[in-house]
Every structure is written in C-alpha cells, then in structure tokens.
Design a protein around this ligand. Structure first.
Ligand code: CO8
Length: 381
C-alpha cells in the first residue's frame, strides 16, 4: 500500500463547530399566499379578454393549507421581505454593492463562520482553507470564498463550489479529503443560501418552497475546544444526472437576449418525480453506507436530513430504520426555515446535536438537484 494512503486512512477528522446566520425577516404561508393571490387577481384582470377567449389560462390562487400539507413548511426567513411580498415585483430588493463593500453572501457567511470558529475555539488565522459551498454565487469572480477568507483574516487557500442542495455535504467531504491528504489542518465550510434570489414567486407550484440562511462548519484534524466534537467516520457522495430540478440562469444567457426573461432562468422542478426518484436512492445510500461500516440502522441516534419536504423525510427515515422515526431521531426545521438548500441538514445538526453522548452516532444527509446525494456518518466524541 502506498505510504500516502496509509497515513490518509489513519488520519482522524472532526467536525468541531457549526454556526448559523438567520435573516431577521420571516414570511408566513398566509402572508406569502395573500401576496401571490393579489398577483393572480391583477394578472387575470389584465388578461381578462385573452382568458375569456381561451387564448390564455387563468392563473389559480395558492393556499396556505396546501403548502403545509404538501411540504410541512409554515414560514421562511428572507433577506428582504417587502420586495418578495410586493405583488407587482415578487423578488427581493437587494441593492448592488460597490467593489469596496462586502458582498451580501460574505456578510452572511461572516456571522455564521465566527460563531463556528468560537465554538471550535479556533482563531481565523488558524484556518488553512475556506470553502464556500452553495447553490448559487453572487458573482462569477473573485470567488466568494476568497472574500470570506480575506474578511476573516484566514490563511491558506479558498474556493467556491456548487452542488445545489448537496453543496454542504460535498464541501464537508472536500474538507475531510484535504485534511486526510495533509494539505490542510483546519477548514471552514460556509453555505450562504439566498434561495429567494432564484425562486420564481409567480409560480404557484414552487413559490413557497425556499428560504434564506447561512450555515458554517469547522472541520479539523483534532477535536476542538467545545464539549461537542464529532468524529467524521465516513462520507459518501453520489450524483445522477436529472433535468427534474433545473435552473438555466448562466453567463451565456446574454448571448440570447430573448431567453433572458424566461421562467427557466429561475428554479423549476417536477416535484412529484423528484419525490419518487430521490427518496429510494437516499434511503439506499444510507443503508448501504451503514452496512459497509458494520453498523445497524438501530445504531443511529439521529438523522440530520436535508430539509426540503417533511413527507420525504418521513419516508426516507422509515425506509432506513424499518419503522417510523420520532422527531427526536429525525429533527425538523423546515417548518420554520422552509427549504434552505444545502444549509438545511446543517441547521438541523446545529440545533439538535448537544444531547448526543460520546459514542452515539448520527448521519448528516443532503439530496437535491443533480441529482446529488451526500451522507456523512458522525460519532459524538
Ligand atoms: N396552492 C394550492 N394548490 C396547489 C399549489 C398551491 N401553491 N401548488 C400546486 N397545487 C395543486 C396542483 O395544481 C395539483 O392540483 P390537481 O391535483 O388538481 O392537479 C395539486 O395541488 C397537487 O400538486 P403537486 O402534485 O405539484 O403537489 P405535490 O403533492 O407533489 O407537492 C411539492 C408539491 C411540495 C413540490 C412536492 O412535490 C415536493 O416537495 N417534491 C420534492 C421537491 C424537492 O425536494 N425538491 C428539491 C429541490 S431543491 C434543490 O435541489 C436545490 C435547488 C437549488 C436551490 C434553488 C433555490 C431557489
């Protein structure tokens, strides 16, 4: 066996701290639906003739009851409330920043990162790498991660990566690999998710799905200062190409001006297909991972699952455990936060890990566009 692989295998990796930035503004289902229905009424009145002539379908109202029943979501935090709820706008107001000001993503990341560093008992100058892993970046370059690295006073290197809803777990594995290969000792992974920037608030099928937030994780080659360190026992990533969750926004759009305003330049999905195809794949990945580690599903104290849809989580946990999971075993945060893309499972971990005792196991798991699935087995130490 080559020497590098011996030392990599024997190198232990720890999750030593997490942080969470929650925007101050929350929108309830009722508020969101009221503004959506105003938009529908304005739209249908403006196009009354075409609708009456059968040239255009009338838009239908949304309903707060449907949203909660179909998804489990009751509210979402947003970086800007007024713009989203304005029926004539239905997009957040986020003013342009000059090159001398911090970007919005960087500002969110700094709050979450400093909290995670404090928990880990680490100075920013002790970081060797910063990974900004999220569903979308505010600009093309310079990388958001390099801006965060500079603002924190971190050393080493930094880069951005995007695996949609699985960005955080994929980022965690990149951090683990960097530590195991010896290129870093302490890595910060931040997940600033401004999902309202790429959500189509005029689309009844999806206007309720997402919220904004930022999470952070410190991954290190040794336990941190707090009493709640977790050893990263194993991480597993999987991708399968699918068009069922897609966003065609990109830098080549300006090459075809006619396409710029089309709905496919925002989030679109075939929600039913996603549900049917992703749930069994996630359950199979976690089950196979546990079996390869000689662990039983009953060994799992907790499943910090991706927070997209409550019914998905209930189904996945049931398939893995062979019975219904309690909310203690599979905690839910999407009722309050909605789907926050890659940050969801990290929020669940951040809020629900303190009660595990040394030796107890949990799995942090994401799934989403790509398709992509990431599952990380953690042991409280
Ligand atoms: N109000 C009232 N009725 C509605 C509404 C509404 N808002 N929307 C749909 N309906 C109606 C439909 O018209 C339909 O009526 P009918 O039966 O008469 O035809 C009925 O309700 C059922 O509609 P659906 O079949 O669409 O409803 P579902 O039960 O499937 O629920 C969900 C819809 C909640 C979207 C569900 O399918 C779901 O959650 N699927 C999984 C989605 C998922 O996990 N996606 C992950 C994507 S996230 C990701 O990977 C990250 C992407 C990057 C971030 C993007 C940031 C913006």
């Amino acid at each position: 066996m080559p020497e590098s692989s011996v030392s990599a295998d024997s190198k232990e990796v720890f999750l030593t701290g997490t942080g969470l930035y929650t925007p101050p503004n929350s929108i309830s289902n009722e508020e969101l639906v009221e503004s959506f229905n105003q938009f529908v009424d304005i739209h249908n009145a403006e196009h009354a003739e075409a609708i009456a002539a059968g040239e255009m379908p009338a838009l239908a109202h949304s309903s707060a009851e449907f949203i909660e029943k179909a998804s489990g979501i009751r509210s979402r935090y947003v970086v800007n409330k007024e713009g989203v709820l304005d029926p004539h706008r239905m997009a957040p107001h986020i003013s342009d920043r000059s090159n001398d000001e911090p970007s919005v993503m960087c500002e969110m990341a700094l709050v979450a990162a400093r909290q995670a560093l404090e928990t880990a008992g680490l100075q920013a100058s002790e970081l060797d790498a910063v990974i900004c892993a999220a569903s979308n970046m505010q600009r093309a370059y310079p990388a958001m991660a390099v801006e965060v690295q500079s603002a924190l006073g971190a050393g080493g290197y930094a880069f951005d990566m995007n695996v949609a809803c699985s960005s955080a777990t994929f980022g965690l594995q990149q951090a683990r690999d960097a530590i195991r290969s010896g290129s870093a000792k302490n890595v910060l992974v931040v997940n600033p998710e401004i999902c309202t920037g790429h959500l189509n608030f005029r689309d009844r099928d999806s206007h309720f799905i997402f919220g904004d937030v930022c999470t952070a994780m410190i991954i290190s080659d040794r336990p941190g200062a707090s009493q709640s360190n977790f050893k990263v026992l194993d991480s597993r990533l999987q991708t399968m190409f699918s068009n069922n969750i897609r966003n065609n926004f990109g830098f080549l759009n300006r090459g075809d001006e006619e396409g710029i305003g089309k709905a496919d330049k925002l989030f679109v999905q075939e929600g039913r297909k996603v549900f049917k195809e992703v749930c069994p794949a996630v359950a199979a990945q976690i089950s196979e991972q546990l079996s390869s580690l000689d662990m039983l599903p009953s060994d799992l104290k907790r499943m910090w699952l991706h927070q997209a849809n409550l019914n998905m989580n209930v189904l996945i946990a049931k398939r893995v455990l062979g019975r219904d999971a309690s909310t203690e075993e599979a905690p839910v945060i999407l009722d309050e936060y909605a789907n926050t893309s890659s940050a969801g499972s990290v929020i669940a971990f951040h809020k629900y890990h303190e009660d595990l005792v040394p030796g107890e196991l949990g799995v942090l798991c994401s799934f989403g566009a790509g398709y992509s699935i990431g599952s990380v087995v953690l042991e409280r130490c």
